[in-house]
Design a protein around this ligand. Sequence first.
Ligand SMILES: Cc1cc2nc3c(=O)[nH]c(=O)nc-3n(C[C@H](O)[C@H](O)[C@H](O)COP(=O)(O)OP(=O)(O)OC[C@H]3O[C@@H](n4cnc5c(N)ncnc54)[C@H](O)[C@@H]3O)c2cc1C
Length: 342
Amino acid sequence: MNDFEYRLAATTTEAQQQFSSSRRSSYVAGGTNLIDLLKYNLADADLLVDINQTQATSIEELAGGGVRISALMTNADTAYHPLIEKRYPLLSKAILAGASAQIRNMATNGGNLLQRTRCYYFYDAASPCNKRNPGSGCPALTGQNRMMAILGASGHCIAVFPSDMCVALAALEAVILTNGPAGERMVKFGDFHRLPGEHPELDNILQPGEIITAIELPGEGFAANYSYLKIRDRSSYAFALVSVATAFELENGIIKKARIALGGVAHKPWRVNEAEGNLIGKAVNKDTLGAAADMILKGAIGLEHNSFKIELAKRAIIRNGLTALKPELQLPGAQPADTSML
Ligand SMILES: Cc1cc2nc3c(=O)[nH]c(=O)nc-3n(C[C@H](O)[C@H](O)[C@H](O)COP(=O)(O)OP(=O)(O)OC[C@H]3O[C@@H](n4cnc5c(N)ncnc54)[C@H](O)[C@@H]3O)c2cc1C
């Protein structure tokens, strides 16, 4: 781990001034990802600018019915906030499926969006990795690729984005608010994270020095029919092999709106508008969900160790869609949804 200087900024402007004072500076929020990366020599910084005091950590109700969530609020405070629990339970559920209670108490919302992949080769400083060291190669392509992407990957990188929270934010069509050297901007959630293409070193569209200040959610929270399902090797403290965030607006059992986002399968949360549109006017059942799953997974490619994810994702989409009909069945201690329909 290299030596670094630590400075606490009082405002966003001050943080940006301090950030620009070194070419190797980095913002730090909860530090749950960045400090690990520094310890393992996977990130290099000589100046850490602490942004935790640059704004109040709150959730504001917006005039149009939505909410604005501070980027510096912790994952735990967000998940347990009464407004989120009541109006956006899909977000609450997804956050609580991630990491551990201790980590969620430190981790912030902005940091969650910017956490780096958990690809084994990215985390091994001795391995080549195009994400860490562009042009060095991707050993995962022919190596241990059980956790890796089945959708949207490139010949340069097959890493997946590991966040749970972001899968729900994709389904809820959140908007990211940022403040950078070029001013403030609002970015649609679906446009925020990148596919690897030829530049896997770039995870998202944030510019150097730009700070995420807030996340806005539209008024529609899908609190009546939602479900988050995370499939992983252990029931706690493990990243997703596949996760699904599903939300429906129903009228007399018929779908008026559908949202299905997948996690653990690509370099960003994965949504296919055509599949969601095709569900409108239909009932929620194994056949309609199976057809949607086929559309979502069209073009999926399995490698030596991760082909199982394609069928796993299909089953997860179907099962989670059925659970969304009775969201109370996913609460802690509840029985799994009625699987007799599967
Ligand atoms: C053991 C372990 C298990 C985990 N399991 C899961 C899991 O199952 N699911 C899951 O979703 N996550 C999981 N996580 C990841 C965890 O959620 C993230 O580490 C956390 O959300 C990062 O937030 P942070 O505030 O600590 O970020 P930091 O570590 O402080 O920062 C991360 C990055 O974001 C930048 N940054 C932070 N905030 C801002 C901002 N507002 N504007 C601009 N840049 C910013 C930093 O410069 C840094 O590059 C796990 C983490 C650990 C350590």
